[in-house]
Design a protein around this ligand. Sequence first.
Ligand SMILES: [Zn+2]
Length: 176
Amino acid sequence: MIGSLMRNIFYKKLTSELTEIKLTESGFSIKEPFGAKPKLFNWKEINSVQFSENRDEVYFEKADKKISLKNNNIGWYEFIQNVPTRFKEFDFEYVSKFMNSLKACAVCGIVAVRENECIVCETITWNNEVIENEIEYIKSKQSELYSELIKSGTEIKKVAEPEHGFKADKNWKLYI
Ligand SMILES: [Zn+2]
């Protein structure tokens, strides 16, 4: 894969103060930034799971507490794809429509382009307003994206692999 390690480093650099959601065997954990211990949740103790009106947050209820998870939390897209079906109030149809609407990112190889921007690497998709031709553009964005790895002499994998709940593009090409 592009390297989950590399991706983690990269991702953390961009989103260091963000919360990380991870799936566990019977639920999920939420790790808030600045060294806090992850909080564990079991699906059994959750009363409801629902999107906010604009779909960029998910609220879940535990006892009398309402907790919000935002779509810029690491792991959010994986989380929304793994909500158990017993939460009837959750909009599963929206999730599958949304995931199916994503396009492959030519820069990082992950199927995570929404409108014209990749959710994973945050690159704007090449378009006619870019002065460079498409390949030159992808090449320069890949150089930017992998600059830390290149600096540290770490090999960049040539095949993209799924991550953060997103699929990988089998036809992805590394140009650098
Ligand atoms: Zn990308």
